[in-house]
Structure formats: C-alpha cells, structure tokens
Design a binder for this molecule. Structure first.
Ligand code: HEM
Length: 402
C-alpha cells in the first residue's frame, strides 16, 4: 500500500506513508503542495482539518516557535491515526509535553546523550557491529540484513545504555512494532503500551534492589521521579532508540545498493562517511509523517494566519527535499553538505539521541561496506516490502548476499 490520496473533493487529505512512485521519495503530491500552497489546509483521517507545512523554512519556523505546542492533551491536537491518539491519551512522554515540564524531564538525560559521552562509546559499538557481522557471515553467503545486523546493533546498544536485558528483545520489539504501526487498533496499542510500561516499572523496581550504572538505575537513584515516570522515559528511549537507527541502517544500505556510483564513492573514500550519513538522513527522512503541533496563539506563516487552537503537521520529508536549501535534492549525493536537514526535527524537541544515532550509523555503514565489498541484493528490488504502514519508514527485511 502507498499513501492515502492527496487530493479529494473536500480539499487536501493528509498523505500517510509514501507515494506509489520511487520508495525513497515523499509522496508526489506533497512536492506539488510545497510549490503551490506551502501552508495548506488539509483533512485528517477523522474528518477534522489542520495545516500542513512543507517548506524547509516554515517547518523550522513552526518547530522553533514556542507559540506552537507539542502538548497532545490540548483539544484540537492533530493525530495521524486513532492509535496515535491512544498512545498519548494513555501515558504521555516528554516528546509530547511543553516546557518547563518537557525541559525538566529531558535535562535528566542530556548528559547521557552528549556528543562527548557518545563518542566514547565508539569502540563498544564497533565491537558489537563486528561481532554481528562475524556471526552473519560465518559459513554463509546470504542473510536478512535487518534481522541479523540493522536491528540487533541499535537494540543491543540501547539495552546497554538503559540497563534493559537484551534477552527480552523479542518482547519489547514486538510491542514497539505495534506502537509504531499506523494500522494498529487502539485497543492493541493500549495493551502493548501497558505491557511495555509494566515491564519497565518492574525493571525500575529491580534496579532499586540491585543497582547498576545504566540509565534506568541512575534515574531510580536520583530519587526525583517515581517508577511510573521512569517507565515512561524508559519506554520512549527504548522504542525511539532502536527502531529508528535500525530502519535507517537498512534503508541506507538499500539506497546505496540502488545508487552504485554513490556507494563506490563512499567505499573508495571512507572519510566521506560522516557527510554521507547526513545526506542519507536527509534523502530518506524515515520519520516521514508530519510532526504534529498546535498553535496556542494566532501566528502568520507563509501568508496565512494559523489561529490559536489549530493543528499543524510539519512534513520533514518535504522540507528535506526543498530545492531552496538542497538544490537537486531529489538525488542522493554523498558529497553534499546536508547538515541543515531536519530529519531529527528542530527546536526544543530535536532528537535527543542524534549523537548516538550518528555514531551507530557511521559505524554500521562503514563496517558493512569495508567488510563486504561485493554486497548485493539477494532478491529483485520489486520484491522488497517497504514500511509504508509504519510511523518509522524502512524495509521489513533486506535479503542480501556477498
Ligand atoms: C525526538 C528522529 C534516533 C531518542 C526525535 C524527533 C525526530 C527524531 C524527528 C522529533 C520529534 C518531534 O519533535 O515531535 C530520529 C531519527 C533517528 C533517531 C531519524 C535515527 C536515525 C534516536 C535514538 C534515540 C532517540 C537513537 C535514543 C536513544 C529521541 C527522544 C526524542 C526524539 C528521547 C524526544 C526529544 C524531545 O521531545 O525533547 N527523534 N531519532 N532518537 N528522539 Fe530521535
């Protein structure tokens, strides 16, 4: 399935997922809207309406402006699905709170995700990447890259950081899959969320008995949060910390395999890796459905007035293809300076885990290209199943051979 139709008799309908064209591109209609009607009134799945912002400058303006709230309990907040509404109604995390509450909670984690702290983890991440590839290639010449490399790498890392036992990965990966699926029924979302929450409440309890020096244990020791609040934070980190990087790793590998000239450039000059990761983040924009906000005051943007109480969706994938900022942006160019991309969002909610995601992606892709010089797809491109129905885009499996 591709995206929902963009144009309808009632006006513009928000596309969910990608278009039916190139699976790396935003839906074609979104590009047209950016050119013709950059701040557009659109209809959501439930018939309500909100604004869709598609230009790079407008997306940054909304996400950087405190008059736009991320508090999903405000009436009129735009949700992309009924399940999305359920997640927030049930148990919000600081992703959907405003300052000062958001800042108070986020501040408890900033030291753990600082560039310096995360850079020091490089040897550990490299060791994990090498061990996974040793196992994947041992006596074999083909495997599913998602199951054997792209997913376990960030899962193992976030488990280490949080102090979550990796043996439980099937349990939390299955639940986070339900939370991220745009197709999940609200009741299934509620159950998955409750199970994950109960698991993390138990984990916090066990760290009180047997402390270690990982994040959950340190939050317990700090004594400022109750176990419920720690569990909500842990849930946000656990879900955000493995699904995103896993999908970026697999989708980036596929994008490079489909652009052999770019892949060869990167292989021949590994010093390009940092820039290439930024370009892949821009080009693929895996958090591909609009980031939701709600205006708390009237704001004029792109020639229209957004009234207090009206919702806004900031479409990162369109902003990241905006020609004004990224000329020729529909092409993947590993030598491009893509640092202004908004794949990690912008403003106070800009991705907390981005230094970690960068280190993981740089190591994963560099190691893969270096160790498997004749890496190739093991199925026809047309057979690959893309995650059109998930809040984080990617592929379900990536059969490769070497
Ligand atoms: C927030 C993308 C990896 C933790 C965000 C947001 C985006 C994003 C777009 C902003 C959401 C909004 O403003 O509504 C990504 C991408 C990743 C990635 C593309 C990988 C390629 C990670 C990792 C972690 C993480 C590895 C953690 C370990 C978070 C957290 C927030 C967040 C905690 C909420 C920040 C806040 O509300 O202040 N991420 N992320 N992310 N991300 Fe990431």
């Amino acid at each position: 399935p591709g995206s929902a139709p963009l144009a309808s008799e009632s006006g513009l309908v928000v596309p969910v997922g990608r278009g039916d064209g190139c699976p790396f591109d935003p839906p074609a209609g979104v590009e047209r809207v950016r050119r013709e009607q950059p701040v557009a009134r659109v209809t959501l799945w439930d018939g309500s309406s909100c604004w869709m912002v598609t230009r790079h400058q407008d997306v940054r303006a909304v996400l950087g402006d405190p008059r736009f709230s991320a508090d999903a309990t405000r009436p009129g907040f735009p949700f992309l699905t009924a399940g999305g509404r359920e997640i927030v109604a049930n148990n919000p995390t600081f992703l959907r709170m405003d300052d000062p509450e958001h800042a108070r909670l986020r501040r408890m984690l900033t030291a753990d995700f600082m560039v310096k702290k995360v850079e020091a983890m490089r040897p550990e991440v490299q060791r994990i990447a090498d061990e996974l590839l040793d196992r994947m290639t041992d006596g074999r010449s083909a495997a599913d890259l998602v199951a054997e490399f792209a997913l376990p790498l960030p899962s193992l890392v976030i488990c280490l950081l949080l102090g979550v036992p990796y043996e439980d990965h099937e349990f939390f990966q299955q639940r986070s899959g339900i939370l991220l699926s745009l197709r999940s029924r609200p009741e299934d979302i509620r159950t998955a969320q409750q199970e994950l929450h109960a698991y993390l409440v138990r984990l916090a309890g066990s760290k009180r008995e047997r402390p270690d020096d990982a994040i959950v244990s340190r939050l317990v020791a700090r004594g400022e949060l109750d176990d419920d609040e720690i569990a909500s934070m842990g849930r946000l980190l656990l879900v955000a910390g493995h699904e995103t990087t896993a999908n970026m790793t697999a989708l980036s590998t596929l994008a490079l395999l489909r652009n052999p000239g770019q892949m060869a450039r990167l292989r021949n000059d590994p010093s390009l890796i940092k820039g290439a990761v930024e370009e892949l983040l821009r080009y693929l924009t895996i958090v591909h459905n609009g980031l939701p906000r709600i205006a708390t005051e009237d704001v004029t943007l792109g020639g229209v007035t957004i009234r207090a109480g009206e919702g806004v969706l900031c479409t990162l994938n369109s902003a990241n293809r905006d020609d004004e900022v990224f000329p020729g942006g529909d092409a993947l160019d590993v030598g491009r300076d893509a640092r202004r991309h908004v794949a990690f969002g912008f403003g106070v909610h800009q991705c907390l885990g981005q230094p970690l995601a960068r280190v993981e992606l740089q190591i994963a892709l560099e190691t893969l290209l270096r160790r498997l010089p004749d890496l190739r797809l093991d199925v026809a491109f047309e057979e690959i199943r893309f995650r059109h129905d998930m809040g984080v885009y990617g592929v379900y499996a990536l059969p490769v051979a070497w």
